[in-house]
Every structure is written in C-alpha cells, then in structure tokens.
Design a protein around this ligand. Structure first.
Ligand SMILES: Nc1ncnc2c1ncn2[C@@H]1O[C@H](COP(=O)(O)OP(=O)(O)OP(=O)(O)O)[C@@H](O)[C@H]1O
Ligand SMILES: [Mg+2]
Length: 336
C-alpha cells in the first residue's frame, strides 16, 4: 500500500554551512488496512517522515509509492490531487475557529469543489461516526480538546482518503480523552478500512491500537515489524519497551523467553513442559498485557540442571501461538 524506498531529507543547517540530515535512508512497507506506529526519541525524524508522507515536504532523495504510484516526483498540479488521498490529523487540531464544526468538516470538500448538498451529507455522516452530531453548529472554542480532535479526525476523512496520518494526535489530551480518540481511530480503521499511520512518542498508543510499528532513531529505522512479533522477539528494543519481561542479567544460566498470544496465554504450558520434558523451570520475569487488541504473555524462565534444548524446542513447536527463544548463548526462534 505504502512503500518508502531509500528516503532521505536534509535541511540546511541554521546560521552555518552543511546540512541537518533528518532522514538518512528510510525503507518502509505499510500494508493495506494496517495501523502502523512510528515511534522514536525526540528529533529522530518522525514528523519529518510524516510530512514527506503527506506531501507537505519534498524528499531530498528516494521514493514514496502509494498503491504503486510514485508521489515523490509529481508536478504541483498532480500533487494537489494526490494530497486528497491522504488525510492528516494534527497534534494541535488546526481547526478554523471562525467556522462551525460542520463547516470545518466540509472545508476540504469545499476546496475540492464538491457540491453543497453532497458536502453536507458527507459531513453529517462523519459527525455521526465521531459522535458529534449534536455539536454540528458549535464553534471549536466551545468544544473540549477531545471533541476538537474528533472534529479533526472527521475533517481528515472528509475527502475519503486511502490513508490517515496522525502526528502526535493525542499528545495534547489527558489520558481518558486519549483513550477515546485512540478508540475512534481504531474504529475508523475497522469500519472504513482506512490504512492509518500514527507518529507518537507514547508507547501506550502503539500498545493500544497499532498492528505494526517501526522504531526510528537518528533518521534511520532501527526496527520494524508486526507489533506481536516485535514483542515476542527477545532482542527487540521496541518489543521489550512495549512489554518488558525482565530479560536482564543471566549469570550463565540457561534461560528462555516464552511468548504466548491470544487464547494460548491461558494454556497451562509451564506445568506440561516440566512434566513432558522432565525439566525444572523457574520464572524469572514476565508480564501479560493486551497489545494491539490481542492478549500477549511473555514469560522469562530459567532451566535448572541439564536441559535438552531440542526436546524443549520440540515441545513448543507443536503448541499453537506459543514461541520460545533461547536467551542464553545463541538466540533461536521456534514456531510462528
Ligand atoms: N524545517 C526544518 N529545518 C531545519 N531542521 C529541521 C526542520 N524540521 C526538522 N528539522 C530537524 O530534523 C530533525 C528531525 O526533526 P523531527 O521534527 O522530524 O523530529 P521528531 O522525531 O518529530 O521529534 P519530536 O518527538 O520532538 O517531535 C531534528 O534534528 C530537527 O531539528
Ligand atoms: Mg515531531
């Protein structure tokens, strides 16, 4: 759906010579229907990447393909048309304060030259989707932050985009309101099938709604993949930050990280492992949480005495939705 290929973006350094390399070669693939999170420390290039994706900025080099069409080298005229395929939700809402809620939602359609009755119908449908039908005639200053952001989401969806981009869309909101807006974004993804890219510095956002994520650092992607895979990967920085399971000092003990997804979280695999393979197992860390709508359990275990690793691998290989990764010595992954 979205393919980013060797993307770089440099800015002239302020007051001197040289450049600031905000993006240093980004390769990314975002599939249709995903909620894709882009996380990373301040200054890592998240907003720059998003501004390249929504065509507010031209890349220095590299390509951005949306459903196979190269957006990075379009003429200004073609660019305007393509911008309509991408909706953006901003941190500070960016609503027009002299316009009513409905007129804000209608605004992109007005710019696109859509007829009045059609604009009105579309705005009403979207206001219903975001739960603000009764606020249609209010002005932004009469709304709470969460309500204003729901208007922002409705407006971003007005032109029926293929992709919705959110840059720190919940960072100006309190925790309870954040959850409501995140649930709305997930609903939009589910009911309208819109692919969503969220840029955030909050891992809780990724945990709650993202199906895949990438970690950006110093203008480079250092990790990316399905959130559940990252969480199950014992050497993933992002996976450990999303769901820490205490993988730390091992003192030469034989240890492994066992990850279970969905209904497998509730299976009594630990006692079966001990019984079937004949090993003593101690739990040295672990956590169960809901990540991207699925229960994921991570258990860090230590094996005492002589352990037959092949037998342990065979035990886990036939358990659906449970994977084991040895965290002592060479890291091996088994199963899905
Ligand atoms: N218009 C600009 N001109 C010059 N330098 C810029 C410009 N925009 C961004 N930068 C620089 O590019 C780098 C990446 O900035 P960017 O805003 O993309 O980071 P970010 O990951 O969004 O950070 P934050 O989490 O603080 O929002 C920074 O070093 C920043 O100073
Ligand atoms: Mg930013």
């Amino acid at each position: 759906m979205i393919v980013v290929d060797g993307l770089t973006k440099s800015y002239p350094a302020t007051g001197g010579t040289g450049t600031i390399d905000a993006l240093r070669g980004i390769d990314l693939r975002i599939d249709e229907g995903e909620v894709f999170g882009i996380v990373g420390p301040s200054g890592s290039g998240k907003s720059t990447l998003l501004r390249c994706l929504n065509l507010l900025e031209r890349p220095t080099s590299g390509r951005i393909l949306l459903r196979g069409e190269d957006l990075s080298h379009l003429s200004e005229g073609r660019l305007r048309g393509s911008r309509r395929r991408i909706g953006t939700v901003f941190q500070q809402f960016n609503l027009l304060h002299c316009r009513t809620v409905r007129a804000n939602v209608e605004f992109p359609l007005e710019v696109a030259g859509v007829r009045r009755t059609e604009r009105r119908d579309r705005a009403e449908t979207l206001l219903e989707l975001v739960g603000l039908t009764d606020k249609r005639d209010a002005f932004p200053s009469q709304l709470s932050g969460g309500q204003q952001q729901r208007v922002g989401v409705a407006r971003a969806l007005a032109a029926e985009p293929d992709v919705l981009l959110c840059d720190e869309a919940t960072s100006a909101l309190d925790p309870a309101t954040t959850e409501q807006v995140l649930d709305l974004i997930a609903t939009v993804n589910r009911t309208l099938g819109v692919t969503i890219v969220v840029v955030t510095h909050e891992l809780s956002v990724v945990r709650r709604i993202c199906t895949s994520a990438a970690l950006l650092d110093g203008g480079r992607i250092v990790e990316s993949g399905p959130v559940a895979d990252l969480v199950a990967d014992p050497v993933s920085r992002l996976g450990d930050a999303l769901l820490p399971a205490g993988v730390g000092e091992q003192n030469g003990d034989v240890t492994a990280l066992v990850t279970a997804r969905g209904s497998a979280v509730a299976t009594p695999w630990l006692s079966r492992l001990s019984r079937d393979v004949g090993v003593d197992v101690a739990v040295v860390g672990g956590r169960v949480d809901r990540v991207a709508g699925t229960d994921i359990g991570k258990l860090h275990v230590r094996f005492d005495g002589d352990v037959d690793r092949d037998a342990v691998d065979r035990f886990f290989a036939v358990l659906p939705d449970v994977t084991v990764a040895w965290t002592t010595g060479v890291v091996a992954r088994v199963g899905a």
